[in-house]
Design a protein around this ligand. Structure first.
Ligand code: PMV
Length: 288
């Protein structure tokens, strides 16, 4: 049985596709994959995959890990809400690879697992930046910029609450919508990316010296810039307002946007989880 955790993006989504840095962290919730040899190979439960995607994934896994993959039956359970920007597809990708390696008693380094997971992520997302599956394969909090993935640490715990709005319209679609705006208004959108890049560097410094209020302020700034990019929704803005008017140090959408989740930096995570629940939203808290 192999596990791969979901993830949140603390700063830099969308800009990361254009070569800017991002900060991501794994979350306690996982995708759990069991791989066993069977007369009925393939996926034995329906996955939230597009038409024919299951076959394409199995074929890619066989190319990477050998024809023995064709004998395996995969059972997948997920604690990570799907399509909500919490990395469920990247966690599925990493979980499948880990389960196959475990079944055949083999190991690979985290970067090797991440390289293979990228091949599966391309099936889901076209041309992902790599931040999701790299964070999930490496685990913990990471600084990611194309070609670079470093673990970073905060000397104090960051208390995070995730509130779920509704599944988003798809990462691919959101990334394409930003690409269209970038092509049509390159100067203006580049300014937004530059500002996101600068705040992501500032957030790394704030995290590494344990300046929690500064991390919160930078999350708010990142959310405002994502609004300017056009990837937020009135519901995500409302969730940020709920967080900030109830003592959060900052809040932002996480992931592609257009739905999905908001992350809030909080002092009292249980209290904020309850407040989101009272407003009708599912929420959960954890420390990173
Ligand atoms: O799949 P999501 O919702 O976690 O978004 C991934 C982050 C993006 O920057 C929007 C896309 C990417 O490939 O980095």
């Amino acid at each position: 049985m192999a596990r791969a955790h979901g993830k949140i993006i603390l700063a830099g989504e969308h800009a990361v596709v254009y070569g800017y840095p991002a900060i991501a962290s794994t979350i306690p919730q996982s995708v759990i994959v069991d791989a066993c040899e069977s007369e009925n190979p393939g996926f034995n439960i329906p996955l939230p995959l597009g038409e024919g995607q299951g076959e394409v994934i199995l074929h890619r896994l066989e190319q990477m890990l050998g024809p023995r993959v064709a004998r395996l039956q995969f059972t997948v359970k997920s604690e990570v809400p799907g399509g909500c920007g919490l990395g469920s597809s990247a966690a599925l990708s990493v979980g499948l690879i880990r389960a196959i390696l475990e079944r055949f008693g083999e190991t690979r380094t985290a970067p090797q697992v991440a390289d293979m997971a990228l091949q599966l992520e391309k099936i889901f997302h076209g041309n992902p930046s790599g931040v999701d599956h790299t964070a999930i394969a490496k685990e913990g909090m990471i600084w990611f910029q194309k070609g670079i993935a470093e673990r970073i640490a905060c000397p104090v715990k960051l208390s995070i609450v995730v509130a779920v709005s509704r599944p988003h319209g798809g990462t691919l679609q959101a990334v394409e919508a930003v690409r269209k705006r970038y092509d049509a208004e390159t100067a203006a959108i580049s300014c937004i990316f530059d500002a996101i890049g600068t705040l992501t560097h500032e957030m790394r410094s704030a995290i590494e010296c344990g300046d929690v209020p500064a991390v919160g302020q930078l999350m708010n700034l990142n959310h405002d810039l994502l609004c300017q990019l056009g990837v937020s929704t009135s519901e995500l803005n409302h969730l940020c307002e709920i967080a900030n008017s109830n003592g959060a140090l900052g809040a932002k959408l996480t992931g592609a946007g257009g739905g999905g989740c908001v992350i809030a930096l909080s002092h009292h995570d249980n209290q904020l989880v309850k407040i989101f629940n009272d407003h009708g939203y599912s929420a959960f808290g954890f420390e990173i």
